[in-house]
Design a protein around this ligand. Sequence first.
Ligand SMILES: [Zn+2]
Length: 333
Amino acid sequence: MSIYIDVKYLNLLSNRLPIFKQKREFLWNFRCPICGDSQKKSTKARGYIHRKDNDLFYKCHNCGVGKSFSNFLKELDVRLHSEYIMERYKTGENKFSNYQEPEFKFETPKFQKIDLNIPCVKDLEDEHFCKQYVKSRNIEVTKYKYLYFAQDFKKWVESLNLDTNYDLIENDPRLVIPFFDKDYNMIAAQGRSLRGKSKLRYVTIKVKENSPKIFGMNTWDENKTTYIVEGPIDSLFVENSLAMAGADLSAYRKMFENIDVVFVYDNEKRNKEIVKKMDRIIANNQKIVIWPRHVIQKDINDMILNNVDVMNIIEHNTYQGLTAKTKLLEFKL
Ligand SMILES: [Zn+2]
């Protein structure tokens, strides 16, 4: 169906949608008329109309409602909705109109077979030192499938034929944490040293130059609250999370524009770099976790190893705006 009919009826409806505004082409934002949006803040607007293929869709990031524009309109104004249906019908059926059947491009998802030519941790023998290491970090067995092992990390990286040359040492066994995009193409990989004495604990290599160095894209559900943590291993303990792995988030701000994002930094109040980043997140009015005083471990994995209920703490210590500012001041004490 023509998206322009959707747009026309959205505009007809717009004077009834509080603080309605167009954010960019095919993206509108207003207070959700279904849940009423925030009761405390009348300036909060978490309802979005966005384009998907040749139709408009409604999504509220407060109540989570998601529906086609047609159903959204029907819920708000039955009379206007029947006009809309008529118009869509007429335009689509009348061959004398200048309506043209849109060209649909069906892109088959590329589920590339994951073949890294190195063993997956789940397939290693229980006694294998890499599997033992993974076990020692209390990573759930169901997550072993995301982890691999390279007996000779340098050789494995060379086998990928990358443009960049990495200065790696010979015969260095590493736990390999591949980063996949949504279509399961490997975009980067991190190698965690399995030797106590290694100078470089983590090495991150870029496999695809122009892809963001973000871990967890392949399992990410952007309709749910998204937690952004620091390291890939940490992210294995946090539901629907992505790990930045040293990436500069500001480069990807567009990617997270209409997504409910919560930032989770390490619990390091003495680390000026981290506190500075936290300050910036709060200044941008984004959600952030401020670890409560009784949590003493510095990172998520350490918390897990000490039986801290990380998910529960995260959910109960997510702040934004002024409250986040106050909490950060207390945190720094
Ligand atoms: Zn809502």
